[in-house]
Write a protein that binds this ligand. Sequence first.
Ligand SMILES: O=C(O)[C@H](O)[C@@H](O)[C@H](O)[C@H](O)COP(=O)(O)O
Length: 258
Amino acid sequence: MSHHPPNPPIIHSFATTEVMVSSLASFIIKAQKDSIDKKGRFTVALSGGSLPKQLSGLIGNPAVKWDKWQVFYADERVVPLTDPDSNHFLCSNELFNKVPIPKENIRTIDIALLDDLEELSDAYEKELIKEFAQKDSARFPVFDLILLGMGPDGHTASLFPGHELLAEEDRWVAYIEDSPKPPSKRITLTYPVINHAARVVFVAAGAAKADILCTVLDHPEQGLPASRVKPAHPGQLFWFVDQPAAAKLQVSSDEFKL
Ligand SMILES: O=C(O)[C@H](O)[C@@H](O)[C@H](O)[C@H](O)COP(=O)(O)O
């Protein structure tokens, strides 16, 4: 057990969204290289919203070793995979259909279980156990990279303000039936999983994020869901933000350099 407190977040801010997007791609490629050098694979969890579009710097980039990626969803809406509400549908349209990633490297929810949230989330947890094969030994999986967005209420993945799921300490994957943002039924990675990752990256762009970014980063004591993302040492939290989003921040930030 490590007794180090979590490292403070590292905040990278960029003059424009375009520069942010290309620096994010460089950051991901470096994380990919470190992970493949160590273990021959790269385990990633992705969320929906605007995030998949912000990964466009990876498209057509020969440095990305797609066959080594093992992709899970940080959260997923409980809808068919062809439904426009599905995060998998979104990520496929924005990214995966445009790059040579083997289909079997993307772990989707089991659509045969859409009517049973308990079974659906258990089945997704089993997919994680298969990949990480350490449910008993290490207790929680260690993703190489978890990529998250943040909603205007400070939610992240499907962890919403004031929801009982914020206190989940045991399960890897949990379900929610009463999401304040539609669709109401979702599954989500839990904090123990998110906070065991080697790297967690939030991406936030645009002036609409300025107030909530300030609350989440300058006032973590308010305990909004995004503020509770605090990867345990030696894990590290990063924020990639553009200037309009960072405009009201008091904590210091810098540009990301390789
Ligand atoms: O599941 C959802 O309802 C959305 O995916 C949501 O979690 C989104 O990621 C954030 O609200 C950030 O949204 P933007 O990235 O579009 O700002």
